[in-house]
Design a protein around this ligand. Structure first.
Ligand code: UDX
Length: 423
């Protein structure tokens, strides 16, 4: 078993640290946020991520997982240092590497020789070099090991990876890093650093492309009287296409896709290639927010100005409390701009965001509304007492942007319901 330092305790860092500890490694996680470190030391996990709090508690109780303030305190005695700091979008769309460089500068002087530094943060091609330079160490290897974790199932994804990608030009280092994943049943892909870094951007951008495509197809289906769910079933049965990641929605968002697609456009541009296709994918997504707001007005047959609209769901997808670049917020914002009076409910959001009125239940959000728009696919919206919902609404209109409600059943109960990509 190895000694691993994890620098940064966000979604990626905390999941990485807790899962490595679960696999038997000795893990020290560091963060620069004193309050966060203190609460993690008490076993309190600041994010909603299924299974993560259990792993953190077990790790702390079993003495395999510790939390310290500052990267240097964690890295002084490690064999591997995982860099899991944010790489937010800079002003020009490129990734901002200042956190990464600061972390590398901090651990550089204290790392034992022969230690391996692993880049887990999503970073532009060439960033292993940036880390090497910032550390100023020639005896320490830097490799890329991109994460492919989905929020809401990050622990599961870490422990059951589709693949483990290790980017390094040094075979011996690749073997060392692969040893950390012993016991996980996953194909290992060893490649050079630039390819490893590119894989992450390519994967996320391709997934975003699939989503923009299917959202566009949903619009086509509505126009020609076809049913997107059946179309997806039909096209997804072709193994070359596959059924996954073809659910239409109000647009895609979250902490990765918007940032990574824009970064790839930028990376390509810097390298002299105009990635027009990816630009169109991003543009189509922004348009999708607008089209989703339009759907409410089309359904009601008039402008939403002064109309009370209930909003179900604000997070960027279900089973997370993450609101970063949430399509639901984009659509709600557009409805508000058009003068709608919104009443919002999300099971994971307890504090008001963007000045939106937040209420305590789906029923309360629907009360007095002329229309409800379902924006996040939380399971609890499926199992509401819809007869009661109909009673409290001013008019029984529902826009289901995730196609999760049983439209036939709701019609029988007197609702006028519109899904996405439905005839
Ligand atoms: C994503 C990638 O899946 C993961 O591999 C990567 O490492 C980080 O980015 P995440 O951002 O957690 O993970 O969310 P994901 O489940 O991929 O969903 C992204 C967006 O696409 C969400 O807004 C979601 O609602 C939307 N989506 C996803 C759809 O609209 N339809 C789908 O069929 C799937």
């Amino acid at each position: 078993m190895s000694k691993i330092a994890v620098i940064g305790t966000g979604y990626v860092g905390l999941t990485t640290g807790a899962c490595f500890a679960h696999m038997g490694h000795e893990v020290v996680c560091a963060d620069i946020d004193e309050a966060k470190v203190a609460s993690l030391q008490r076993g309190e996990v600041p994010i909603l991520e299924p299974g993560l709090d259990d792993l953190v508690r077990q790790g702390v109780e079993g003495d395999r997982l510790r939390f310290v303030l500052g990267g240097a305190a964690a890295a002084a005695d490690c064999e591997f240092a995982y860099l899991c700091v944010p790489t937010p979008q800079g002003e020009d769309g490129s990734a901002d590497l200042s956190y990464l460089e600061a972390a590398a500068r901090e651990i550089g002087p204290v790392l034992p020789s022969e230690a391996v530094v692993v880049n887990k943060s999503t970073v532009p091609v060439g960033s292993t070099k940036v880390v090497e330079r910032a550390m100023g160490r020639h005896d320490v290897k830097v490799v890329s090991n991109p994460e492919f974790l989905r929020e809401g199932s990050a622990v599961h994804d870490f422990l059951n990876p589709d693949r483990v990608v290790i980017g390094t030009d040094d075979r011996a280092t690749a073997v060392k890093v692969s040893g950390l994943f012993l016991g996980l049943n996953a194909p290992l892909i060893v490649t050079d650093p630039a390819s490893a870094e590119t894989i992450k951007y390519a994967a996320n951008s391709f997934l975003a492309t699939k989503l923009s495509f299917i959202n566009a197809m949903a619009a086509v289906c509505e126009a020609v009287g076809a049913d997107i769910d059946d179309v997806v079933l039909g096209m997804g049965s072709d193994p070359r296409i596959g059924p996954q990641f073809l659910r239409p929605g109000p647009g895609w968002g979250g902490s990765c896709f918007p940032k990574d697609t824009r970064a790839l456009v930028h990376i390509a541009e810097d390298a002299g290639y105009d990635f027009a296709m990816l630009k169109a994918v991003i543009e189509a997504n922004t348009e999708q927010f607008e089209l989703t707001a339009d759907r409410v007005e089309r359904h009601l047959g008039r402008s939403v100005e002064g109309v009370k609209v209930g909003v179900w769901g604000l997070t960027f997808k279900a089973n997370t409390d993450d609101l970063r670049e949430s399509p639901a917020l984009e659509v709600a914002g557009r409805l508000q701009q058009r003068g709608a009076v919104l009443s919002c409910y999300d099971p994971a959001v307890k504090r008001s965001v963007n000045g939106l009125e937040l209420v305590d239940s789906a029923l309360e959000a629907a009360t007095g509304a002329e229309c409800v728009i379902l924006l996040t696919e939380w399971d609890e919206f499926r199992w509401l007492d819809f007869d009661r919902v109909a009673e409290v609404m001013a008019a029984p209109n529902i826009i289901d942007t995730r196609n999760i409600l049983d439209a036939n059943d709701l019609r029988r109960r007197g609702f006028a319901i519109r899904g996405l990509g439905k005839p």
